[in-house]
Design a protein around this ligand. Sequence first.
Ligand code: HEC
Ligand code: HEC
Length: 353
Amino acid sequence: MTEDEIQQTLSFGPWPPSVSSDPSNRVSNDVRAIALGEALFNDPVLSVDGAFACASCHDPGQAFTTSEARALGRVLLDRNTPSLRNLAGLRWYGWGGKSDNLWAASLHPIIQEQEMAHSKESLKSAIFESAYIDDFEAIFGGIQNQEPELVLVNTAKTISAYLETLTTDRTQFDDFRDALEQRDLAAASNYPEAAQRGLQLFLGRGNCVFCHNGPRFSNNEFHDAGVPYFLNETEVDEGRFRGLNFLLSSPYTLDGVWNDDPDKQGAWAVRSVRRSHSDFGTFRTPSLRGVAETAPYMHDGSLVDLDAVIRHYSEIDTERLHADGEAVLAELNLSEQEIADLVAFLGTLSSSP
Ligand code: HEC
Ligand code: HEC
């Protein structure tokens, strides 16, 4: 590897990253809140008719997703269920970035019509009548003195505290990266050659690193990666455009009254963001940590495995990318060997084989 490639490889770590607690959530890092959040996440009490739990779609036994292409709630949703690991401290959440903090991203599914479909009032009654009332009151005080909206926000903040604890383990790639940092060539040579060739393509001709960068392999920004955004013949998934419309009218942003941080750190992002035509049909770059465990892929789950994803990039139809968009994506025309190498590299970003 060249010195340049080594430096770029170092920028994908160290792992795990150090994460501080979330100043916008006063129960972030609180062990009681984490335990309550975990219990609620797995309990159908959070859906109005007790029909399903967060875990029904975000299955802890399946890397916090399922193998469905698109999530099935009360109706078939438009999008694939993301895995919920490594979410602490991001700037945007959701495929279209409709939330700027993790408790809001945990709150919306509780009240969304197509998902858990609670009202604020029905959620308050459900918590009050549930086995969790003592735990809830031990953290937040008497529930009867709380407005239903406060109960909703408090509930979401316990779930957020739990989700912050979900991370992916160190991987073969991290051992390689740390060996390079220590200039330990013997240790570095344990990394499979195919994966190393794949990494070089990822950094070089593939230019994947343009968007998939940093320790999470994501810039956490919005791009058109050439996945069709037609839902059917007449409707499109507007992606970031729809996310921004939602975000800018949401009471649950870092700029709102429910932020527990008096300094409102991070609120500058939602204050300064603007809608623009180029947001149309763009989606948040997904993290590639643990990616081998979360098939199928893309916002609509349309690509069945990693081989299909690499072939998609290899044969990408640049004609249909945004005119003002991603000049960075070009047809790569990869050989079968190169496709296999990139898949091997992506495989080393997961801890389980
Ligand atoms: C019907 C399936 C389903 C259920 C039930 C569900 N989710 Fe999700 N979840 C999804 C889908 C699909 C998305 C992507 C939505 C989008 O971005 O438009 C998502 C996104 C998220 C995100 C953002 C993840 C990221 O990478 O930014 C969080 C956090 C989340 N869900 C938490 C929860 C919590 C907490 C619950 C329970 C209160 C829940 N979900 C219930 C399907 C589901
Ligand atoms: C211009 C930015 C950009 C570049 C360059 C890029 N990606 Fe992506 N990648 C994205 C976005 C955005 C998505 C989600 C697209 C969607 O769902 O519509 C994505 C999705 C993926 C996924 C699916 C992840 C999941 O959980 O669904 C994989 C795997 C992936 N990219 C790998 C690569 C590889 C390998 C390369 C280089 C050949 C690459 N990407 C180049 C932005 C980019």
